[in-house]
Ligand binder design. Structure first.
Ligand SMILES: NC(=O)c1ccc[n+]([C@@H]2O[C@H](COP(=O)([O-])OP(=O)(O)OC[C@H]3O[C@@H](n4cnc5c(N)ncnc54)[C@H](OP(=O)(O)O)[C@@H]3O)[C@@H](O)[C@H]2O)c1
Length: 209
């Protein structure tokens, strides 16, 4: 998804400040695609923006929690009028690991709000514009967790299963209109979020990307 003629001139990366999201920003900037980068923490967001801006592309940053009720309006304020040919929905690592029945339902809901509700809202908005234009791409970042239930992260796994099936349906719906939909399924990947969550890189037998 680095062909500027198909996926440019602008890409939106929801969760585009760190780790995999920052790597996408880097690759897209190399391809000459302008970027709207969204994340909560201003430090990594501005650092990534500066780095990719130096490659000669235009970069807009939006410091935003995708869980805010006004998130889509805030995104539209920055993107309306731009031709967005690519949406990457990357934000979504598990924010709450706990046994389900004794867990805090509000925090569980947060996992769904990010991985399902926010993902749907952005896909709905940008997908419709791409369909009208007859070209574009949507990438949802998924997880191997979406293939099987797991203790402590049962809701996260279920949300990732949702996004996998959702992506398949969207792929079928949008393919005739020149809009490509891809779910990128990641396994364990070294990212700042995973390091903060305590991912150990030195466990025997664990090979991390
Ligand atoms: N890392 C892995 O081992 C692994 C494995 C399988 C799948 N994945 C998937 O890969 C994707 C990226 O994961 P990750 O490990 O890089 O962690 P992540 O916590 O999803 O962070 C990725 C990016 O999203 C932003 N973000 C997170 N929550 C946000 C929110 N509520 N609003 C706005 N921006 C938000 C982060 O910046 P801020 O924190 O500043 O907002 C960062 O730029 C996720 O969808 C995850 O499920 C990761």
């Amino acid at each position: 998804m680095t062909d500027k003629n198909v996926y440019g001139p602008w890409a939106v990366v929801a969760g585009g400040s760190e780790g995999v999201g920052a790597a996408f920003a880097d690759r897209l900037a190399d391809a000459g695609i302008n970027l709207v980068l969204i994340a909560r923490k201003p430090g990594p967001l501005n650092e990534t923006a500066e780095k990719v801006r130096a490659k000669g592309v235009e970069v807009r940053t939006l410091e935003l929690d995708l869980l805010d009720p006004g998130a889509l309006a805030a995104i539209r304020a920055v993107t309306d009028g731009l031709e967005v040919g690519l949406l990457i929905f990357n934000a979504g690592a598990n924010s709450y690991g706990h046994e389900f029945v004794t867990g805090d339902l509000t925090r569980v809901q947060g996992v769904l709000d990010l991985n399902i509700t926010a993902q749907m809202a952005l896909t709905h908005h940008f997908g419709a514009l791409m369909k009208e234009r007859g070209r574009g791409g949507i990438m949802l970042v998924g997880s191997l967790s979406g293939y099987l239930g797991q203790a402590q992260i049962s809701v996260y796994s279920a949300a990732k299963a949702f996004s996998r099936v959702f992506a398949e349906g969207l792929w079928l719906e949008l393919r005739p209109h020149g809009v490509h939909v891809l779910e990128l399924v990641l396994g364990v990947t070294r990212t700042p979020a995973m390091e903060r969550a305590g991912l150990r890189m030195d466990l025997p037998g664990l090979r991390v990307a």
